[in-house]
Design a protein around this ligand. Sequence first.
Ligand SMILES: C[S@@+](CC[C@H](N)C(=O)[O-])C[C@H]1O[C@@H](n2cnc3c(N)ncnc32)[C@H](O)[C@@H]1O
Length: 443
Amino acid sequence: MLSLLALSDGEDERSFKFNLFVDDALIFNWSKNLKKFTGFDVILGNPPYVCARNLPEETLLKLQKFEVCKSGNSDLYIPFFQLGIQNLKDAGILGFITMNSFFKSLNGRNLREYFKQHSLNIKIIDFGTEQVFKSKNTYTCICLIEKSHNTTIKYCKSSSLSLPTKQSDYNSIPYIKLNSKTGWNLNDFETISKIEATGIAFGDLYKTRHGIATLKNDIYIFNPVKEDKDYFYLQNGSLYQIEKGICKDIVNTNKLSRAVSISNLKEKVIFPYDNADKPSLLNENFIKENYPKAYNYLLNKRRILDNRDKGKGEYENWFAFGRSQSLEKVKNKLFFPKMSDRVPSYIINSEDNLLFYNGQAVIGHTEDEMLFIKKIMESRLFWYYIKTTSKPYSSEYYSLNGNYIKNFGVCQLSDSEMDFVLNENNKNILDVFFEEKYEIRLT
Ligand SMILES: C[S@@+](CC[C@H](N)C(=O)[O-])C[C@H]1O[C@@H](n2cnc3c(N)ncnc32)[C@H](O)[C@@H]1O
């Protein structure tokens, strides 16, 4: 208002010296460029959204000097917080719009600890799954940080169209209750803390595992266009015969966010390993002699296989899967997807020869234990936990990755309660049971 009046009344300065500097912020030294520099009163920014794997070597080297970059592989926005705070005057204000992944991510661990150690006075307006920048597939928040001390963080889950206007729009969360190591649960802090404080952490009770990783699924995994006594027929450019003896059944468990039955998901995978409980890669000559058609097919696709891992992969042999994970036979598995936009299907399977890819499984527990955890994971409470704490993807999908479920507290049940849960199949009754058990009302 004042500057507008100054302009209209001709009282404004004729020319300005803006003092603009254009340089690499990661190495720029303000004290050397501004006389008597004591820090800025206000810093505003929209730090670059570049994830660690897309950063050039020279930038990675520059990140090493920032303490906030020393947990995991830092994204480029993370050091800008430390830079900003270091260059602020006491009681100065920093305002960033930036990615919200640091609340929970491994590479945000040191940044969370940095905020906590300095007990910075932070207000966060979290846009959750809203994509504020329409052209960017990214999840953002606004951080307003005053360089002064506070024992709490103020947090508001908001939409960009109805920003908070008063203090009471924010929830106050004591730093002391936030865990820098496992991640900040800022959204519905009370409920989530209650869930995590119940029973024993999922990650301490259950082992989860990812499926096999060929690194070229469209070469190894197929839906036969036909079959006869000895061969499956694989259409990939040409039509190839593949000996049935070198194939196994496989399911894409990521499809469980929609599908409800394993039989609809079964495909074939060319499995160049033996049939031991812990399979070893077959010898090349053995494959050539015993499965000549499959060998011929793989040889035909060798150039594509050699290009896995940008041509730098070191595999046991050129026809081996890209990674050797999850080849072992496992009797009891509870399959579920890596991400979903709704309560997905959790399917117990005991075919030890059935492989899986893309999704995940809880493995190595008795059938009753599997059934119990399936019922918890299918509950409204578990899905609420995921939606509130997990990493969002586009179209309201949320990650069910081990990291996002390992802190879920699994309630301990008496024998009779366990009996009830194992035998009750009405989902609504189970939802109410679990919510009473956790003393949480979701409706
Ligand atoms: C998300 S954009 C924000 C652009 C603009 N400030 C805005 O809000 O529209 C991030 C900007 O940071 C710049 N940037 C990336 N790395 C930088 C660095 N090391 N030093 C200074 N600027 C950098 C990028 O070139 C890009 O323009």
